[in-house]
Write a protein that binds this ligand. Structure first.
Ligand SMILES: C[S@@+](CC[C@H](N)C(=O)[O-])C[C@H]1O[C@@H](n2cnc3c(N)ncnc32)[C@H](O)[C@@H]1O
Ligand SMILES: [Zn+2]
Length: 388
């Protein structure tokens, strides 16, 4: 952890106190003493409520103790902790080794659906595709959308639910950021994020209670997270920490008749118990049999289908002006994006005629049913004035 990060933090418990940092052990990124020393082990103590949070292997863990144990994710790697090269950037081969270590019990984001032998080459390839190559491809498109809107440089970037850090890594480089923070609940993703680049600051905390000062970051991004968290408190927090710009992507849009999490059509329009039964039957019927009933129920537990108009209304309530940049995103890509489910992906590949594409996208947007929602947001003038 870069000691400078402390300037950005507030205590997630009382939401008032800043932190006093005490350092037990430091390291130099890339092992080069010319770089600023980073904190490997230490503690953060709240100046207001006295709550103490540990910094472990360079990751400040800003959760209550109950949450810490729930989202530990260290059980299988504790024994091999000293083998985790958390302080250096990695070669591709080394990354694979780290993935094997971190995800020995599987990764619900990637292989909850099909049975692949954990540890096998195919399994590692899938993890790599999702968390490294997939994320980086998407990030390049986000960079284009941002560039299109005149955002070419950002001092400080926060990626909420940033997982393995692939997106943050690309954004940080493209926008020449001085500080890039990845916040996630799951420790194993954060450990991966730290292996991506020594510039990345990994913070373990909860998206609905962000441990950052108001307006702390010039750019705040969140991709593929909002559908998994209580979304109104999340948007409130997103608005609070955004200094200049936020880029929010979630999916599926409730109005779009397919959900890639449950791998089934029409479930976005059904009451949840019906949707679960239907998704199970659908998966069986197609002979994919990807999910057991239990797995479906677990996935669905934290899944929210939110319509674009609901988000637009809430963004206004939390004082974020917003622009729908879905079309910009599609035009920045036109190739497959791993956030898109297979149906949408297939549809887009069919529509590679620019005229037809324009018509389809316009129709989807007028009807409010584009599959993914993409928003660029910025604090409203009145709020800027209010906060000076
Ligand atoms: C579907 S992944 C998206 C990852 C990445 N942003 C991307 O675009 O591929 C959702 C991420 O959100 C994280 N997450 C889920 N609930 C969270 C919460 N309450 N607070 C912070 N992160 C959370 C998960 O651990 C996971 O890394
Ligand atoms: Zn406090």
């Amino acid at each position: 952890m870069d000691p400078l990060l402390v300037e950005y933090l507030i205590c997630p418990c009382c939401k008032q106190g800043s932190f006093e940092l005490s350092v037990e052990e430091t390291f130099y990124p890339d092992g080069d003493p010319a770089n600023r020393a980073q904190v490997a082990w230490g503690t953060l103590v709240c100046s207001q409520c006295g709550q103490t949070f540990p910094i472990i292997e360079g990751i400040p863990r800003l959760l209550t103790s109950e949450m810490l144990s729930e989202y530990d994710g260290t059980a299988s790697v504790f024994a091999s902790t000293d083998k985790l090269p958390w302080a250096q950037p990695l070669s591709a081969d080394k990354s694979k080794e780290v993935m094997r270590m971190l995800f020995i019990e599987g990764d619900p984001n990637v292989d909850g659906s099909r049975s692949v032998d954990p540890g096998s080459e195919e399994w590692v390839a899938r993890l790599t595709e999702y968390w490294i190559d997939g994320c980086e491809r998407s990030a390049q498109k986000y960079v284009r959308v941002l560039g299109d809107s005149g955002i070419e440089r950002c001092n400080s970037i926060l990626d909420i639910g940033g997982g393995g850090g692939g997106t943050a890594h690309v954004l940080g480089q493209a926008l020449r950021a001085e500080i890039v923070v990845v916040l996630d609940l799951e420790l194993r993703y954060l450990r991966m994020a730290k292996t991506r680049s020594p510039v990345i600051q990994a913070v373990q905390s909860n998206a609905t209670c962000l441990p950052f000062k108001s307006k702390a970051f010039s750019l705040v991004v969140s991709f593929g997270l909002m559908e998994h968290v209580p979304w109104r408190p999340f948007l409130q927090e997103l608005a609070r920490v955004t200094g200049k710009t936020a880029y929010l992507v979630y999916g599926p849009n409730r109005m779009f008749p397919y959900d890639g999490h449950l791998h089934a059509p029409l479930v976005t329009w059904m009451p949840r118990p019906v949707a679960l039964k239907f998704a199970y039957l659908w998966n069986q019927l197609l002979g994919i049999g990807w999910y057991s009933r239990d797995t479906l129920a677990r996935i669905s537990d934290t899944l929210h289908y939110v319509a674009r108009y609901q988000v637009e209304r809430t963004l206004t309530e939390v004082n974020l002006q917003h622009a729908n940049v879905f079309e910009k995103f599609i035009e920045a890509t036109i190739t497959s994006d791993y956030h898109l489910d297979p149906t949408t992906d297939f549809m887009l590949r069919l529509v590679d005629n620019k005229g037809i594409r324009k018509m389809v996208i316009t129709a989807l947007m007028v009807l409010g049913c584009e599959p993914l929602c993409h928003f660029l947001c910025w604090p409203t003038e009145s709020q800027n004035a209010h906060h000076g």
